[in-house]
Ligand binder design. Structure first.
Ligand code: NAG
Ligand code: NAG
Ligand code: NAG
Length: 271
């Protein structure tokens, strides 16, 4: 038997006298969990009182309480002023708090603490992290040095993404081949936004060319809320491989046929 099973058994023995399992399943959900600066977020605290009555729900940012909901009192809601926190009281109740005009400094842990009124009083807390971001105002841009380029030349380029927080992570991709990444950057101050820059200096080799073409992409990413890219087609000094279809070139097309057939059979086989 697990400790939990023992506890359940113990609880069943006690049932009728006191209810040991008065409060459970306290869960805090923040929507959205990654919120844009000066936007708003809803913090939802769900709980199962199992028939007990609610004494209060206390809301904390870090270890500081900023909102309390006490259903038994005349003034059910109580606000504790805390720097940078704006509560929309009209939209807040016993299970949720709505924060508006969210600033960077609110990034961090929030928690809701639920306490029952009936003896024995039980208290449960749930914690959730919120991240405040500022996205760049425009997509990244690429600047390059001289063109055209050939094997043995050095490709010089810069990619930059306008100020954001956190700074965007940048990646250069040359013809589907990742060739450079930016490093992660930790902001020094709570208000800081920052440009992201990524230089590229690459000695071009044969495998960098695809049919004589050079396509350079720069991808800017912030957590999983922002993904933008810039694409630049560079002039290559290499003659592109002729794309006209000759008698010889048509040969690979016939190789496709068995594949198509297998694909069709597989498809039929799935029914
Ligand atoms: C609190 O307000 C939200 C949004 O208006 C609502 O969905 C929710 O049911 C309310 N909770 C309670 C316990 O009334
Ligand atoms: C935030 O909460 C998580 C999970 O409870 C904890 O591991 C982490 O240390 C907390 N962070 C801070 C800054 O208190
Ligand atoms: C890239 O940025 C560096 C430093 O800002 C600069 O010296 C260089 O000229 C830039 N190169 C291109 C191709 O824009």
């Amino acid at each position: 038997m697990t400790v939990y099973q023992w506890l359940v058994l113990f609880g069943l023995l006690l049932k009728g006298t006191v209810d040991v399992f008065a409060l459970k399943d306290v869960v805090l959900t923040i929507r959205p969990q990654i919120v844009e600066r000066s936007g708003y977020a809803t913090l939802m605290c769900s709980y199962d009182l199992e028939g007990a009555s609610l004494y209060y729900v206390k809301w904390y940012r870090g270890k500081y309480e900023f909102y309390r909901y006490t259903p038994s009192e005349k003034t059910k809601t109580k606000l504790f002023p805390l720097g940078g926190i704006n509560v929309n009281v009209d939209r807040s109740n016993s299970t949720q708090v709505v924060l508006t005009d969210i600033e960077f400094q609110l990034s961090g842990n929030f928690s809701c603490e639920v306490t029952t009124a009936d003896e024995p009083v039980s208290t449960e807390t749930a914690v959730q992290n919120m991240v405040v971001v500022q996205l760049p105002e425009s997509p990244p841009t690429i600047s390059v040095g001289r063109e055209p380029l050939d094997y043995g030349d050095t490709l010089r380029a810069n990619c930059s993404s306008p100020p954001s927080r956190p700074a965007a992570r940048l990646k250069f991709i040359l013809n589907e081949l990742p060739v450079a990444f930016s490093e992660d950057f930790s902001p020094r101050s709570s208000q800081e936004t920052r440009w992201s820059d990524l230089p590229l200096e690459l000695l071009l080799q044969e495998h960098h060319f695809n049919r004589g073409k050079l396509v350079l992409r720069c991808v800017a990413q912030i957590l999983d809320v922002y993904h933008e890219e810039a694409v630049l087609e560079l002039t290559s000094a290499r003659n592109p491989v002729p794309e006209k279809v000759s008698a010889l070139d048509s040969a690979p097309a016939t190789f496709c046929q068995p594949g198509l057939l297998v694909g069709a059979l597989f498809f039929i086989g799935r029914f």
